[in-house]
Design a protein around this ligand. Structure first.
Ligand SMILES: [Zn+2]
Length: 84
């Protein structure tokens, strides 16, 4: 009984807490990276459109819900864009 039993437990806890903080840090960095990657991919998919008239694929970065095809000038809805 006494200090000899208390100190090893404290050291174990210290190592455990350090590992936990370290792992949380790695997970946090990975999570941020993954979120930014997915947001970028989703934006890229949303911007890519295929014209319903001439089947031309083009990128549109405006916030307009109807994108204008650069080849034939027809208006294409974003929601109907082919994701492939
Ligand atoms: Zn077109």
């Amino acid at each position: 009984m006494g200090e000899s039993a208390v100190i090893p437990i404290l050291l174990q806890w210290l190592v455990f807490v350090c590992l936990l903080v370290f792992l949380c840090g790695i997970f946090f960095v990975w999570f941020c990276y993954e979120m930014s990657r997915r947001a970028r991919e989703r934006r890229a998919v949303r911007d890519r459109l295929r014209c319903a008239v001439c089947r031309m694929e083009f990128a549109d970065r405006t916030t307009d819900p109807l994108a204008t095809c650069p080849r034939c000038g027809s208006r294409n809805e974003r929601a109907l864009a082919d994701p492939h």
